[in-house]
Design a protein around this ligand. Structure first.
Ligand code: FES
Length: 289
């Protein structure tokens, strides 16, 4: 949409609809795929997320044409499709590279080196967040927690994990990607291009040899909590800030069992109102009891 008060168009950044349609042959192919996806759901609109991956696999990002296609085949408005496509960060809204290199800069990864990796990577490639290298190979972006905190700092390439990274290892990684050298994720399926990944996410089988078997099992860091729960691993030393250490007596002088750390959910701690060091309880507002 444009507006003008002086004869010159001013973009308001709004989508210009209706978008052009796909060429006939592309639309026919995508319609066939879409029918297969929609048939999996009792309510056709539930197929919107995989359909957005499908159109992303066609052009590498979710175009206005792709959103129009989704709206057409699902009987939705383009506004409804746009609302979903712009909500989820897995859908790209502009052209980008074959390899989306996402550096986790959420809290744990950040303090473990994610911030340093992100900075070094941008400097190494000469691109900023969300930008793509001139050769069209690598798009850099910072991403939020990907539930791999036990391997922080984590980098993802087309949603495949590269664990325990450093600035040096990530520079090597993107250099290999740009040079076409083979790159192997720490776990999971072998790497493929962003478009190929999008088609798999749309729900079509990954037909590469060995890809579905290469799931990768949980590593020692992920299993530590389970081992603790089973009593197979030595309990971690728990520091109790209010008492100075695990060897102190617990609240009210009760001996603390060093092998058992009860969370506040297991055994609610006494409040300061019953804490012997604060026998009068918390200081109330003036005028309160
Ligand atoms: S904080 Fe990076 S994976 Fe969770």
């Amino acid at each position: 949409m444009t507006t003008s008060s002086s004869g010159q168009g001013v973009s308001l950044g709004m989508p210009e609809l209706p978008a052009p349609d796909y060429p006939d042959d592309v639309r026919a192919r995508l319609e066939q795929d879409a029918r297969e996806i929609i048939a999996r759901y009792p309510d056709s609109r539930s197929a919107l997320l995989p359909l957005l991956h499908l159109v992303q696999s066609e052009e590498g990002y979710v175009t206005r044409t792709g959103m129009r296609f989704c709206a057409d085949v699902l009987g939705l408005t383009t506004a409804e499709v746009t609302a979903v496509a712009t909500f989820y960060t897995m859908y790209r809204r502009r052209p980008s590279g074959d390899y989306q290199v996402g550096v986790c800069t959420n809290t744990l990864c950040a303090v473990m080196g994610g911030d340093a990796i992100f900075e070094a990577l941008q400097e190494h490639l000469g691109v900023g967040n969300g930008e793509t290298t001139d050769d069209g190979k690598v798009t850099v972006e910072h991403i939020e927690c990907n539930a791999a905190c036990d391997y922080a700092p984590v980098v993802m390439v087309n949603w495949e994990f590269f664990d325990n990274q450093t600035p040096a290892s990530v520079k090597r990684l993107v250099d290999d990607l740009r040079a076409g050298r083979p790159v192997t994720p720490t776990r999971g399926a072998p790497l493929c291009t962003f478009k190929e990944t999008a088609r798999i996410l749309a729900g079509f089988p990954d037909e590469r040899e060995g890809a579905t078997e290469a799931g990768g099992s949980a590593g020692p860091a992920s299993l530590m909590g389970l081992r603790l729960a089973k009593g197979e691993a030595a309990p971690a030393r728990v520091v109790h800030p209010r008492d100075g250490g695990p060897d102190d007596g617990g609240p009210h002088g009760r001996p603390r069992d060093a092998a058992v750390h009860l969370s506040s959910h297991d055994a609610p701690q006494e409040t300061s109102a019953s804490d012997p060091s604060h026998p009068q309880g918390p200081v109330g507002e003036e005028g309160e009891g």
